[in-house]
Ligand binder design. Structure first.
Ligand code: NAD
Length: 290
C-alpha cells in the first residue's frame, strides 16, 4: 500500500517506521520531527496525501487534526482512507469523517492505547470508529502497528471508547493513590495493603499492574522516580476530553469531573508536569485534609 503518515512525534515516529519495515511505501510529513528510517520525507501534508491509499495522522489535538484534514482531503484520491490515530474530541472525529465522506473518501477514527513502548514494539491496541468498509481497508495496518483492534461502531466511537476507558483510568488511579495515602496515615504497611487489595474487591489495573507505591507490586514508573510511563499531562488531556464529551452529551460524570480537577491542579500548580500520572501518590502523601 501507499501510505501517507502525518505527525511523526513520540508515537507516530515508531508507527510509521513499523509500517515501512513491513514493506509498505510510506511517505511522511511533520512540521518539525524527522522522518524515521525507511520513510520518505514529503514537503507538505498535501504532498503525502496526493497518491496515498491510506493517510494516517498522529497529531496533538482536534483543532490541529481539523486543519490538517482540510489540507489533505482535497488532495486525496477518491476511495482512499483517512485514518486518524490521534486522541481527539469526539466532535472533531465526526466532523473530519463527514468532510472525508463528502469528498468521496473513507474515514476511521482509531485512537490507541499502549503508549510509546507499544508504538515502538508494534503492540498498540486500536479502538476504531467508522463503516465496516473503512475498517476493513485499514485493519491490516492495525495488525502491523498493534496487537489488537476493536471496531467500536460508527465514526467517533473509537474516540468515545478511548476517553471512557481513560476516564476510568484517571478516577481509579486517583482512588488507588488516596487509599495508599490513607493507609500510610493509619499505619498500614504498603506491602500488606497491596497483598490484600490486589486479591480483594478493591483490585484494579492501577493497583495490580501499575502500582503507584514504589517497591510494591510489579515494576512500574513508581520504581523509576515516577518518570513516565503515561505522563500526568496526557492523563489530564484525556480527562478534559471526557468532560468536554460529557457536557456535549449531558452525561453526569461527577467522578470524572473531580479527577479532572485533581490532575489539572497537579499538572498546573503542583509540579506534576512531566511526572507519571501515578505520582498522584506522593502528592497525596504530602497533604492533609486542609
Ligand atoms: P507528539 O507531540 O510527540 O507528536 C505530535 C507530532 O505532530 C509532533 O511531532 C508535531 O510536530 C506534529 N505536528 C503538529 N502539528 C502538525 C501539523 N500541522 N502538520 C504536521 N505535523 C504536525 O505527541 P505524541 O506523544 O506522539 O502523541 C500523538 C497523539 O497520540 C496525541 O493525540 C496523544 O494524545 C496520543 N497518544 C499519545 C500517547 C503517548 O504515550 N505519547 C499514548 C496514547 C495516545
Amino acid at each position: 500500500m501507499k501510505i501517507g503518515f502525518i505527525g511523526l512525534g513520540n508515537m507516530g515516529h515508531h508507527m510509521a517506521r513499523n509500517l515501512a519495515a513491513a514493506g509498505h511505501a510510506v511517505t511522511g510529513f511533520d512540521l518539525s520531527a524527522p522522518c524515521p528510517e525507511g520513510v520518505l520525507k514529503a514537503d507538505s501534508a498535501a504532498g503525502v496525501a496526493a497518491d496515498a491509499d491510506v493517510v494516517v495522522t498522529m497529531l496533538p489535538n482536534g483543532a490541529i487534526l481539523q486543519s490538517v484534514a482540510a489540507e489533505i482531503i482535497p488532495a486525496m484520491p477518491t476511495g482512499a482512507v483517512l485514518c486518524d490515530c490521534s486522541t481527539v474530541d469526539v466532535e472533531s472525529a465526526r466532523i473530519v469523517a463527514q468532510n472525508a465522506a463528502n469528498a468521496g473518501l473513507l474515514a476511521v477514527d482509531a485512537p490507541v492505547s499502549g503508549g510509546i513502548g507499544g508504538a515502538d514494539a508494534g503492540t498498540l491496541t486500536f479502538m476504531a470508529g467508522g463503516t465496516d468498509d473503512s475498517f476493513a481497508k485499514v485493519s491490516d495496518l492495525f495488525d502491523i502497528m498493534g496487537q489488537k483492534a476493536v471496531h467500536c461502531g460508527e465514526s467517533g466511537a473509537g474516540q468515545a471508547a478511548k476517553i471512557c476507558n481513560n476516564m476510568i483510568l484517571g478516577i481509579t488511579m486517583a482512588g488507588t493513590c488516596e487509599a495508599f495515602a490513607l493507609a500510610d496515615k493509619l499505619g498500614l504497611d504498603r506491602q500488606k495493603m497491596f497483598d490484600v487489595v490486589s486479591t480483594s474487591s478493591g483490585y484494579s489495573w492501577t493497583m495490580n499492574a501499575y502500582c503507584p507505591a514504589p517497591g510494591v507490586g510489579p515494576q512500574s514508573p513508581a520504581d523509576n522516580d515516577y518518570k513516565p510511563g503515561f505522563a500526568a499531562e496526557l492523563m489530564l488531556k484525556d480527562l478534559r476530553l471526557s468532560q468536554q464529551a460529557a457536557v456535549a452529551a449531558d452525561a453526569d460524570t461527577p467522578m470524572g469531573e473531580r479527577a479532572t480537577e485533581l490532575y489539572s491542579t497537579f499538572v498546573d500548580d503542583e509540579d506534576g508536569l512531566g511526572m507519571d500520572f501515578s505520582a498522584m501518590l506522593p502528592r497525596f502523601e504530602k497533604r492533609g485534609r486542609g
